[in-house]
Every structure is written in C-alpha cells, then in structure tokens.
Design a protein around this ligand. Sequence first.
Ligand SMILES: Cc1cc2nc3c(=O)[nH]c(=O)nc-3n(C[C@H](O)[C@H](O)[C@H](O)COP(=O)(O)OP(=O)(O)OC[C@H]3O[C@@H](n4cnc5c(N)ncnc54)[C@H](O)[C@@H]3O)c2cc1C
Length: 491
Amino acid sequence: MEKEIKKFEEAVENVVEKEGLSRRDALKLMGASTALMLGATTSTPAKAEDAKGRVLIVGGGLSGMSTAARLMRKASGLKVTVVEPNPRSVSYQPGLTLIGGYEWQPSDIIYQTKEFVPSDVTWIQDKVVEFEPKANRVKTAKGKTLEYDVMIIAGGLELDFGRIKGLEEVGTLYTLGENEEAAKILAKGNAASLYFLDGALQMKRNLANFIEQAKSGKKLKAIYTHPDTPIKCGGAPKKILFLTDSNLRHKGGRENAELVFYPNGGKMFGVPEYHEAILKLFHQKGLKYHYKHNLIGIDLDKKVAIFDKHDRTKKVYDPDLEEEVEEVIHEKVEVPYDMIHITPPMKAPDLIGKSPVGSSKGFIPVKFETLQHVRYKNIFALGDIAAVPLGKTGGSARKQYKVVVDNVISYLNGKEPTATYNGYTVCPLITEIGKVMLAEFKWANPEEGKYNGVVAPSFPLDPTKPRWIYWLLKVYLLKPMTQYGMLKGLA
Ligand SMILES: Cc1cc2nc3c(=O)[nH]c(=O)nc-3n(C[C@H](O)[C@H](O)[C@H](O)COP(=O)(O)OP(=O)(O)OC[C@H]3O[C@@H](n4cnc5c(N)ncnc54)[C@H](O)[C@@H]3O)c2cc1C
C-alpha cells in the first residue's frame, strides 16, 4: 500500500503543474484520501457499544463483508455469521472496466474471500435458499438451518443475459465467478460485457481486434447498450464507449470507426448537470447515440442487434377515460454491427428477491433512509439488492454500511433506528485514458420525498469537468481504499 500512496503522491505533484490546480486544493484532495487510507490501516477504534445478539449476513460481497467488519469493530457481544458461496466474493468489481479497456489484469482485482473475513466472524461457504422471516431463520443449499436475531441482506445483483433473445444459452450469471463458457458464446458474435470477468477479458480481445481492423482502413461500427432495468454502476456502459474512443485515438484508426450508444433511457445521466456534460463530450468526440432503444435480441452469427425502439408516441382513444391518450409506439429495429458491448438486464437473485423477504419487483423493500425492511423490523438490506432510488455502486454501499451497522446496534438495544442514508452515490466516469469525471450525487430532498439526484461534490472543483487527478484516484486510490478501508469496516 505504501507503494500505492507514493505513486499517488508523485502523481499529485505532477498534476499541480499539468492541470493548474492550486497546490492547496491538490494537497487537500490528496490529504483527505491518503489520511483515509492511513487511518484505515493504523487506527483501531474502541468498541463503543455493547449489543448482544446473533447477526446473520446473507451475501459476503463488498457490502456484506464490510458490514461484518464494522459490526465487529463497533460493538461487543455480537455473534456475526456471513453466508457466502463464492471463494472470491470480495474481488474488486470496479476494476473490470480497467481490464476491458485499459491495462489492468485479473490479478489486479481478484482477492480471496478468506483473507477478508474479519476475526471472530464465522464464514459459512454456502448459499441461502429459503427464507422464513416470521420464524427468524433461513435454510441453506447444504441443508443447514440458521437462526438469527437480526438478518442483513447483501446479495447483490444477477446478470440476466437469458432475457435477451439469442443469449438464452448464456442465461443468468454472477459478476464474480467462472464464466468462460458465457464469454465464448458471446465471442462468436464479437460481443462481450465488462460485467463479468471473462466477459471483460473478451472485451479486451474484441477491442484489440477492432482497433487492428480500423487501423488497416476497414470501416467499422461498434455499438454499446444500456438495458431497461436498474443496473450496478450505471456509468460502465459509457466508460467502455469512451475507452474505445480513447484507445482508437492513441493507437490509430479512430477515423474508420463509428461508435454508437443505444441506451433504453432518454438521457445520458439522471442528474441534469452530468447529463449536459456527457452530451457535450459525445459531441466533441464525434460519438453517436440513439435514446430509447432496448436490446431485446441478438443474432450472433449475422452480428445483428435487435432493439425495441420506443422513442415515439401516438394518440389513441381510451374508452375508459373517454378521451385520447398518448401511447408509446414500439418498433423492432435491426442494427448490424462489427463489435458490441452488452450491458445485460439485471435483477436481484430470484432465491432472495422472489422469497418472502423480497418484493414484486424482486429487490428488497427497505425504508430508504434507515435501510430497515418495510415489513420485518429485524431485517436490513444494503448494496445493489436494496430497493432504494439511485445508486447501485460500491460508493453508495460505502455510505450505507455505516448506517446499517448503527441501526442494527440500535435495534438490538431496543431503540428505534436513527442513522440515515442520504442517497449518496459516486460514479467515476472514465471519459478517456487519463481523465475521469467524478460524478457524485445524492437525493435532492428526502424530507420532502424528493429522491431525484443532485450534484454533491466532495472536493472544491467543478464535478462535471473530467480531470486527470480523478483518474489517479480511480486507478491508484479507490482500490486500496476499498481493500484497507471499507472491507476493514473503517472508511
Ligand atoms: C463493470 C463494473 C464496474 C463498476 N464500477 C464501479 C465504480 O466505478 N464505482 C463504484 O462505486 N462501483 C462500481 N461498480 C459496482 C460495485 O462493484 C457494486 O455496486 C458493489 O460490488 C455492490 O456490492 P454488493 O455487496 O451489494 O454486491 P456484491 O459485491 O456483488 O456481493 C453480493 C454477494 O452476495 C452473494 N449471494 C448472492 N446470493 C446469495 C445467497 N442466496 N446466499 C448467500 N450469498 C449470496 C454473492 O455470491 C455475492 O458475493 C461496478 C460494477 C461492475 C460490474
């Protein structure tokens, strides 16, 4: 880690000159970040509170394992158990973008779960398959029954490739796992996806091949999709598009490549300031886009993507209302491509989302601020699986896990939960190799029921401007912050 800090410090020295940022601001940024890291490794806060009880955490990924670590730091008297099937569950998912479009290797992001299980926490390498919330117990795939006083659900998201016609064979995947076969199927049609490790590696190969062909003078088209479901890291579909553009500019062949974004939605970003800034970049870089296109099928042999285009409406007579209403027109559109990056539809794992603790939409219904289950007071949820507006990022989980820990301790002490999440999310949007727009935002005004996003910068800099210093943060600092800060229950 010292090496990482050193690299970062040297880089900040350079940025002072290169970007014209004042030394004070550069140091402030560097200081805040390194102090966080150093604090994370050196400080061991005293256990502040006593709380007795059995806490069961379902899912030991980023959110679940960080919550376990913080519970052990903050309270004495707890018996914490994490149920997690994957031996590499805590690996660094944000690094997948840098594997697919930059120089990172799998070894840069793969961590062993066992190395991050906090001492005195029991890890059961198993999967919860049945929830009985009224009896305060769950059953596991290996036939265990586990009872709890409080349950925390942190089961993340599944990638639902099977919902796209032509990708039924790929089916449902998890981001972290052995998915070589799925990547091979996609590769048949020059398709790939950053959302799983083998898919990110395939993306890197497809990109290298695409660049070689573009350099040789061939006219090519690459397309990038964004589905009609909530997804983790909403910026990733655009990050890989920007990285394709940047790689082509560095290595040659940009003039021969048409790069087109096909999102299901009608904007680049939910927060107006970031939407405007990204749109400007699209125009500057000559990137194309067609809003309101949802990928519903793909012919891998012919390299044709099939979209549900829903960008127009028509007036129809509604006999119940006895008046004309607007109806969305759905058209099937076929788009031939040379390379495609697919962001698949995502959902909570059915075993959890469709269980008695789930909801009709599959996610875990919680009170947005306290993250307490809407029906069961002794159940909390966080991370990608929680049904809260906006963020499904590690950045939101980093705020949520502290709220959950405080509220679980309150609950076990017979008090009402008072810690609140404010909707904070961060998307370090890579706009080219060497530049990142640090899109930070939070809910506008939860007290008045306004959960739309508003900009919430942590640093005294225009957050809509892509900067080299944020690239340094993304490439050098966020990973150790996650490893040594969040996963240790500290930052
Ligand atoms: C390509 C990509 C880029 C990203 N970029 C960023 C970024 O730049 N910044 C950022 O902040 N975030 C980013 N993210 C998002 C971030 O990685 C996730 O939001 C974060 O990992 C969510 O943590 P989680 O604990 O909720 O889910 P996960 O870390 O996915 O963990 C969920 C765990 O639950 C387990 N589980 C599932 N079902 C069961 C069951 N029935 N029983 C027991 N365990 C179960 C799974 O095995 C898994 O380990 C990115 C993600 C991807 C894929």
